[in-house]
Design a protein around this ligand. Structure first.
Ligand code: ATP
Ligand code: MG
Length: 870
């Protein structure tokens, strides 16, 4: 019943590319290795990135494979004709070898001859160019398509957004691409007329990205410069090819998906299940099985969140149609059976897949039950309308889909305040955005929260701050706000922004972090996690631990004193550091910013040069002022008087009429609103951790004080003692010992690379006595990529390559022979002869041999003789 099966499509693809000089490599796991930028492998090229960047050398210049892919980005498309969250990609690549012409002609031939697609059905998009970016149209690809046999009216220019790939970062390789679409017929929409709209959503289905042509490097100036090393990346979706080649309406009708659809329909028998729901379940159960088989554990964050989200969606659909005892085991078995043909880990993990799925389903069913009870309770207490915030809490806390919440609320004869829900959701999104942008955790008030509060706080008087003198006080709750909504009470476990009439909590300012601590009265206890200032009002981020917090409550506030002392020690140390820097490096040193926490201090200052030996002098001077135990003096005065007294004020125009002058003895006078230790001796010890540049002309010192400084010194000394034990010398002889190890060379080798350009290589090519091409090249330092580079050049020139790296009195040598030539020539044998010239030894395989020696003077003769060694 299928004209062509997906198995046949796979085989035709691989056979075709293998016949056309492509080496087949295996697909990778869907879990990326060493690539933190990706949640899952989402294309055939993703696991091969390092071949494109040149960091690694591909085993051959042309490759092909089949790669399982996961695309979470398409989750919202699921249920349409052609998007799946998991699919297999048929891929082919050329690295620094063939380019547009071969790629397009290979694609056209495979489609029309291999898969026998009538060419009237095929369309190709090409990059239309971008005037703004100075990129011209990819006319070359258009011409090649025409020449290959594509109807010129079926060549569709598309803009930058659709047909230009990369770079993946600000800069890097990128280029135009050309994609092949299949015309699924007039029942799916209007025909394309040149210059008109090209409907890629319904009628024309993309089957193959037949060439991402990496031909440019986008540089830091934003210009597209030509790449020396050009490459081609292509990818076709197996499921879409199977759908179109069999003229089916959607991917759900193909041989690998239809049996799952049938099973689901059987399980849903007797209900009026919508087709789209069946398709969503088909996709989601299938992808979940693939994810669980790869060892992804459902969880609330990162990778694990995807199977959780997919499985929960399936449960919600089953629940919606009130289907009991849905047999998902049969579905999992179908998926396993299909993939077991190609991948070993499916069968092997069957028990584990089922166990995880079962756990996930039953725990979600519990949540659903609880959540529905909660909806009912909320409905009881609400009027006709359930508030947006309540609905949002149900969605986020219970993980209930909004549609389900709405459905149940409606069943209770009430309505959800949709506007309010949207507001709460947007508010939450904004917070998450701010938090991720500032790398914050949920123990801090977000900027959005503060912005939302601003207008509500207008009627409240400025907070009276008593925290300079004391660490506890009594205060009255004036205002509670959660997710931008004013509240009268705050229940156990909940977090909200709270304003009191007075506070002893220091609010974040002047680089000093906020205090934390506790609040309580007879009926409640809670924590203060963060404090910020909004127009003079202190906003406390409070979490209730026990009981209920109410507006109007009288409370006891207690600052965490131990933490405050550490912060104060670090803040005072910043003042002493500033003094010391100005003493040692000159009065031009000026504060550019600072950060003071209980764990460390950071001081940014204007200075053009890196501090070298001065750093030790500065550190000593700060410690000297600590030993002098200078007492703190604080007075309120006018700006002019303070400056007259020699105070440092670095933020011009930022001070009011009355300023706070903080002094330590005669040496340090600064205008500062922060809190400080009574006398410098309390700092105990000051230790610099690092000195670095953070911008042009700005340097940063990070340091620790007191116990943290001692911990740091002790742990560094411990490492030193361990090293000394391992090297079997006393600590003061470690350096001498390391130097004697030749350690320096190793370090240098780790950082250095050679990379000969094509031109350089071509100048080096010689002929051996047996008429074989070879390259002999010496680098005057150790490099880390000697072997790889030898292989690369050998493959490039299709000849023998000998690379040497020389440092001090030692030589490293690598000899490479292209694999195709190893029947006649053996790199190991050549190397054995070569090392006799340099008094060395070594060995290896027929295509690559490595060695080392100590006679640098022998290299000259080796070079003369090298062409006669094979
Ligand atoms: P679309 O615009 O249709 O989402 P795309 O441009 O994102 O496709 P590419 O990134 O170029 O697709 O991927 C190469 C090929 O992989 C596509 O031509 C298609 O055949 C297949 N493919 C991409 N996304 C999916 C998907 N979600 N489900 C099934 N196949 C897909
Ligand atoms: Mg896409």
């Amino acid at each position: 019943m299928y004209c062509i099966t997906s198995d046949e499509i796979r085989n035709i693809f691989l056979d075709y590319f293998k016949k056309n000089n492509h080496m087949q490599i295996s697909g990778s796991s869907i879990i990326p290795k060493n690539d933190p930028t990706l949640l899952f492998i989402n294309s055939g090229m993703a696991p091969l990135k390092t071949y494109f960047t040149g960091e690694e050398i591909p085993p051959e210049k042309n490759l092909c494979n089949i790669q399982p892919c996961i695309r979470t980005i398409d989750i919202d498309e699921i249920g349409d004709r052609h998007h799946l969250t998991s699919f297999e990609m048929l891929g082919s690549w050329s690295f620094d070898n063939y380019f547009k012409e071969d790629a397009i002609k290979l694609a056209f031939r495979l489609l029309t001859e291999g898969y026998k697609i009538p060419k009237e059905k095929l369309y190709a998009t090409v990059f239309a160019g971008s005037e703004k970016l100075g990129l011209s149209m990819d006319q070359e690809s258009a011409d090649i398509w025409k020449e290959a046999g594509m109807d010129p009216a079926h060549i569709v220019p598309q803009p930058f957004e659709d047909n230009f790939w990369g770079p993946t970062a600000e800069t890097g390789p990128c280029g135009p691409c050309t994609e092949v679409f299949y015309d699924t017929g007039e029942e799916f929409g209007e025909a394309y007329v040149p210059g008109g709209h090209f409907d890629t959503k319904k009628r024309y289905i993309e089957i193959w990205n037949a060439g991402v042509f990496m031909q440019f490097n986008k540089n830091t100036k934003g210009e597209y410069e030509n790449l020396k090393f050009k490459s081609v990346d292509t990818g076709a979706g197996l499921e879409r090819l199977t759908m179109t080649l069999n003229k089916l309406n959607s991917v759900y009708e193909i041989d690998s998906l239809k049996p799952i659809v049938d099973l689901i329909q059987e399980e849903m028998k007797g209900t009026e299940v919508a087709e789209r729901d069946v398709h969503v379940m088909t996709d989601h159960f299938r992808t979940s099985t693939i994810l669980l088989a790869a060892g992804v554990q459902p969880s609330n964050t990162g990778r694990g969140y995807i199977p959780r989200r997919l499985i929960r969606k399936c449960c919600t659909i089953i629940h919606k149609y009130q289907v009991e005892n849905f047999n998902y085991e049969k579905i999992v078995d179908k998926v396993i059976k299909h993939y077991a043909k190609y991948y070993d880990h499916f069968e092997a993990n069957r028990a584990n897949i089922l166990k995880m799925l079962q756990q996930e389903i039953s725990s979600y069913n519990e949540i659903l039950k609880e959540g529905i009870q909660r909806i009912e309770k909320i409905c009881e207490k609400s009027g006709d309308i359930v508030s947006g915030n309540d609905a949002f809490v149900l969605v986020t806390t219970y993980g209930l889909p909004y549609a389900l919440v709405e459905e149940y609320v409606n069943k209770c004869g009430k309505k959800v305040d949709k506007e309010g829900y949207k507001k709460a959701e947007n508010h939450h999104k904004e917070i998450s955005r701010n938090e991720s942008a500032h790398d914050k955790d949920d123990s801090q008030i977000s900027n959005q929260e503060l912005k939302d509060l601003e207008s509500s706080l207008e009627e409240i008087v400025e907070t009276d701050f008593s925290g300079y003198e004391k660490l506890s006080c009594e205060a009255k709750v004036l205002f509670i706000s959660q997710n931008g909504e004013k509240k009268d009470t705050l229940a156990e476990g909940e977090k909200a922004a709270v304003v009191f009439n007075t506070s002893c909590f220091y609010a974040e300012s002047g680089g000093q972090v906020a205090d934390t601590g506790e609040i309580s009265n007879q009926s409640m206890t809670g924590k203060v996690l963060d404090v910020k200032k909004v127009k003079g009002k202190f906003v406390h981020f409070v979490q209730v631990e026990q009981g209920v917090l109410k507006c109007g409550d009288q409370l006891q506030l207690n600052v965490n004193g131990e933490r405050r002392t550490k912060i104060e020690a670090n803040h005072s140390a910043v003042h002493l550091l500033q003094y010391a820097l100005r003493e040692v490096c000159g009065k031009d040193v000026k504060q550019a910013g600072s950060l003071v926490t209980d764990e460390r201090l950071r001081f940014d200052f204007y200075c053009d040069e890196k501090l070298q030996d001065e750093l030790d002098v500065v550190e000593k001077l700060v410690n000297k002022t600590i030993q002098q135990n200078l007492s703190k003096d604080i007075k309120l005065t006018t700006y002019e008087d303070a400056i007259r007294e020699g105070a440092l004020a670095f933020f011009e125009n930022k001070y009011g009429n009355e300023v706070r002058l903080v002094s330590f003895g005669e040496i340090s006078r600064e205008l500062c609103g922060g809190t400080h230790i009574e006398s410098t001796g309390k700092i105990g010890l000051f230790k610099i951790l690092s000195e670095e540049s953070v911008g042009r002309g700005i340097r940063r010192i990070t340091a620790v004080t007191g116990e943290c400084a001692l911990d740091y010194v002790q742990s560094e000394l411990k490492i030193l003692r361990e090293v000394s034990k391992k090297l079997k010398v006393s600590t003061n002889q470690i350096l001498a010992k390391l130097n004697s190890f030749d350690g320096k060379k190793q370090v240098a080798a780790e950082n250095k690379k050679i990379q000969l350009t094509k031109e350089e290589v071509s100048k080096l090519i010689k002929q051996s006595s047996g008429n074989i091409k070879y390259v002999f090249y010496q680098e005057d330092e150790f490099v880390e990529n000697l072997n790889n580079e030898a292989i690369r050049i050998a493959n490039d020139i299709q000849g023998v390559t000998c690379l040497l790296a020389v440092a001090d009195q030692s030589v490293k040598i690598a000899v490479a022979v292209p694999k195709a030539m190893t029947k006649e020539i053996n790199a190991g044998n050549i190397l054995k002869k070569a090392v006799t010239y340099i008094d060395g030894k070594g060995g290896g395989a027929p295509h690559l041999a490595m060695g080392g020696g100590s006679n640098v003077d022998g290299i000259k003769k080796l070079e003369e003789d090298f062409g006669s060694l094979f």
